[in-house]
Design a protein around this ligand. Structure first.
Ligand code: 3AM
Length: 171
């Protein structure tokens, strides 16, 4: 199974993210835009796991020490890519968010997972391979209190990229 740990948002934040996605799509000549169900904030990308490894990832999540914290989205930006950029909604780099991401990463590294130990840039992907003349912009801040993290399974079902939560830790 291909796995990652993510934060999923409630309906109000999803609506706002969709509005940003649609605004961007309207100003783009090409792009592969995220499906509503696929909008999420990745904390740690893990990759292929067997059942035993999946159980260890669950344990790492269960052991994570965090309290509910606010997540605030306040800008739209991009990662430059040849052939079309990745565009995203940026989440403010708050202490609790960065601490949670770091704790999960370190637990997984200690347990032998080859996860990315580098800088974390919290973002919610709105589209990939996007071609647009638009420049990154600031949005009116919006967000919600995050009280749960999800272990997500990523798969293609009849050609469609599908993410399913297979484990949740709520505070
Ligand atoms: O949350 P976003 O969209 O930024 O790009 C993939 C997606 O990121 C990323 O993990 C998230 C869920 O699929 N991803 C996929 N393969 C990856 C890899 N090999 C990867 N991130 C790092 N290394």
């Amino acid at each position: 199974m291909r796995l990652f740990i993510a934060i999923n948002f409630g309906p109000a934040v999803r609506e706002r993210l969709l509005a940003l996605r649609d605004g961007l799509r309207g100003k783009s000549s090409a792009g592969n835009f995220s499906e509503p169900d696929n909008l999420h904030l990745t904390l740690v990308f893990i990759g292929e796991c067997d059942a035993a490894q999946t159980a260890r990832v669950r344990s790492a999540m269960d052991a994570a020490d965090f309290e509910p914290f606010p997540a605030v989205i306040a800008r739209v930006g991009r990662f430059g890519r040849r052939g079309g950029d990745i565009w995203w909604a940026g989440v403010r780099e708050s202490k609790p968010l960065l601490a949670l991401q770091r704790e999960l990463t370190e637990r997984l590294l200690r347990d032998g997972f080859a996860v990315d130990a580098g800088d974390y840039h919290p973002h919610i992907t709105l589209g990939r391979e996007v071609v647009t003349g638009e420049k990154p912009w600031e949005t009116e801040p919006f967000g919600e209190t995050v009280s749960a993290i999800d272990l997500m399974k990523s798969e293609r079902i009849r050609g469609k990229l599908t993410y399913t939560a297979i484990h949740t830790v709520s505070k």
